[in-house]
Design a protein around this ligand. Structure first.
Ligand code: PLP
Length: 454
C-alpha cells in the first residue's frame, strides 16, 4: 500500500467528505488493531466507517451514500437487511438460537438445499468460517489417503490456517514464504502448482503423488484478481488427481454464487470435496464441507464400528439463527437470480473491456458470474505471473475515485454484484468508472492531449 502514489486531489476530496469516519476509525484503533473488528484489508488514507446499510446501499457516519460492491466481504448476495432473511432470523431467535443437540429441521433443510444443487456434495457438515471448513477438508483428505502434503495454486487464498497461508502475499509483511507466527514446518507440507497451466500443474502433482493428500483450488482465483480457471485446467486437475488417488478439493467459499450449484456446475467438473462459506449464511456466519459419501463418512461413528476416524468439533457450527438465515438466502438464490446477476456482471465486464479499446489503454475485466476483476496490464491477466505486471497504482487510484463517487469496494479492483443491484445501479457504476479514467488522466477523449501519466 505504501508504495502506491495516490492522486492528491482525490485524497483531499476523500478527506473532505469523510472527517467523522477518520475520527471514529482512529478512536477504534486505540482498542482494535486496524480499527476494523474483522481486520480485513487496508484503505488509503483510511476506511469509511459505516453507520447503516439497506439493500444495495451503505451510509457512512458522514452521511455519504454508497452502492455496495463489496457485499460485507463477499457475503451479502441479496444485499443488506433482506426482508425474507431478516424474518427467518427473527422467527428463529424466538424459538432457539444455539442448541447442543440435533434440531429439526434447520440442519436437514440446509443440507438438502446444498446436496440438491452442488454436484459433488452427497453429505455435508457445518462450521463457522471458510478457514474452519478448509481445515476440516484437509483433515478428511489426509485421513482418507493416508498422505500428508497438500498442493495449492500459486497466488491463491484459502484462509489463515498455517499450511494454507504459506506463500500468500496478503498474509505476510516481509518476503518470507511462511507468514510470521505460522509454523515454519507448514512449508514442508505444501506443494505449489502453477495456476491455469495444466502441464505445469500435472508435472508437480505427479512428482509428489506418493505424498499428496489433496489438491486445493479455487475455480476462480478470487482475492488475487477474479482470475477464472480455464475448463481445460480444471479438467486436467480432475483427471490427474483421479488417476493418482489424490483428493480434489474445490474451495468455493467465494465462487459458490457464480452459478446455481457453484463454479463446479459452470465448469462441469466435479471435485471430491467442496468447501463453502461467506454467501451461504445469508449474512450470518456459516461454512460447510461437503463431498463424496465415503469421505464424509470418516466423520460418522456408525460407519466405523462406533468410532469416527476423524472427529471435529465446532461449537457454533450449525448455529440455528445462522442456518435459518442460510436457508432463507439459498431459497431465493434461484437459477433466475443467478441469470440476472450474471447478465449484469457480463455487461460490466464487456463495457470495461470496451473502455480499454475505446481509449487505447490496457484496461480489461476478468471473472465469471457475479465476480468482476479489473486489471491494467498489456497482457490479459490470467495467473500469478501476469498479475505481477498489473499496474496496481492505477487500479487503486481508480478505486479511490469510485469511492469518492459513491461506489464502495475492496480498493483492489474487485467488484461483486448482489441480487439487490439492478440496471440503473450498473449504469451509474459504468459512468463513474469512465469518469474516474478521465479525472485521473488515465484516458483522454479522442483528439485531446493524451494520457498525462505516460
Ligand atoms: C477462497 C477463500 N477461501 C477461504 C477463505 C477464508 O474464509 P474465512 O475468512 O471465513 O475464514 C476466504 C476468505 O476470504 C476465501 O476468499
Amino acid at each position: 500500500m505504501s508504495r502506491i502514489r495516490f492522486d492528491e486531489e482525490q485524497v483531499a476530496i476523500y478527506r473532505g467528505r469523510t472527517p467523522r469516519s477518520e475520527e471514529l476509525w482512529r478512536k477504534t484503533k486505540e482498542l482494535i488493531p486496524t480499527g476494523h473488528a474483522g481486520g480485513m484489508g487496508a484503505f488509503h488514507p483510511y476506511p469509511i466507517v459505516v453507520e447503516r446499510a439497506k439493500g444495495c446501499w451503505l451510509w457512512d457516519v458522514d452521511g455519504n451514500r454508497y452502492l455496495d460492491l463489496r457485499l460485507g466481504d463477499w457475503v451479502l448476495i441479496h444485499g443488506h437487511s433482506d426482508e425474507e432473511i431478516r424474518r427467518a432470523v427473527y422467527e428463529q431467535m424466538g424459538k432457539a438460537v444455539q442448541v447442543g443437540a440435533p434440531e429439526w429441521d434447520l440442519g436437514y433443510r440446509m443440507a438438502q438445499l446444498l446436496v440438491e444443487r452442488v454436484p459433488s456434495i452427497e453429505k455435508v457438515r457445518f462450521f463457522v468460517s471458510g478457514t474452519d471448513a478448509n481445515i476440516c477438508a484437509l483433515k478428511l483428505a489426509r485421513a482418507y489417503t493416508g498422505r500428508t502434503k497438500i498442493a495449492r495454486s500459486i497466488g491463491g487464498y484459502h484462509g489463515t490456517a498455517d499450511e494454507l497461508s504459506v506463500g500468500v502475499s496478503v498474509l505476510r509483511a516481509r518476503e518470507e514464504t511462511v507468514p510470521l507466527g505460522a509454523l515454519v514446518r507448514a512449508e514442508e507440507e505444501i506443494v505449489q502448482i502453477p495456476y491455469n497451466d495444466p502441464d505445469g500443474a500435472e508435472a508437480v502433482i505427479r512428482e509428489h503423488a506418493s505424498e499428496l493428500a489433496a489438491v486445493i483450488i479455487e475455480p476462480v482465483m478470487t482475492a488475487a484478481g477474479m482470475l477464472e480457471s480455464t475448463r481445460e485446467y480444471l479438467q486436467r486437475l480432475r483427471a490427474v488427481t483421479e488417476e493418482l488417488g489424490v483428493i480434489l478439493l474445490f474451495d468455493e467459499v467465494v465462487t459458490f454464487p457464480v452459478a446455481y450449484g457453484g463454479a463446479q456446475v459452470h465448469y462441469g467438473v466435479v471435485p471430491d470435496l467442496t468447501t463453502l462459506g461467506k454467501t451461504i449464511g445469508g449474512g450470518l456466519p456459516v461454512s460447510a464441507v461437503g463431498g463424496r459419501r465415503e469421505i464424509m463418512d470418516l466423520l460418522e461413528p456408525d460407519a466405523h464400528g462406533g468410532s469416527a476416524p476423524v472427529s471435529i468439533m465446532s461449537t457454533f457450527g450449525g448455529n440455528s439463527a445462522s442456518l435459518a438465515a442460510g436457508i432463507a438466502c439459498l431459497e431465493k438464490l434461484t437459477p433466475e437470480a443467478h441469470q440476472t446477476m450474471n447478465r449484469l456482471a457480463n455487461r460490466i465486464r464487456t463495457h470495461i473491456d470496451g473502455l480499454g479499446r475505446r481509449y487505447g489503454i490496457p484496461l480489461h475485466a476478468t471473472g465469471i458470474g457475479n465476480l468482476i476483476g479489473v486489471h491494467w496490464a498489456d497482457e490479459r491477466v490470467v495467473d500469478e505471473p501476469t498479475l505481477r505486471r498489473d499496474d496496481r497504482e492505477k487500479i487503486q487510484n481508480i478505486n479511490l475515485v469510485l469511492d469518492n463517487e459513491g461506489y464502495y469496494q475492496t480498493f483492489t479492483g474487485l467488484f461483486l454484484l448482489s441480487t439487490a443491484i439492478g440496471e440503473q445501479e450498473v449504469d451509474g457504476f459504468l459512468h463513474a468508472f469512465e469518469r474516474a479514467l478521465l479525472v485521473l488522466g488515465y484516458a483522454s477523449e479522442p483528439g485531446s492531449d493524451g494520457d498525462r501519466d505516460s
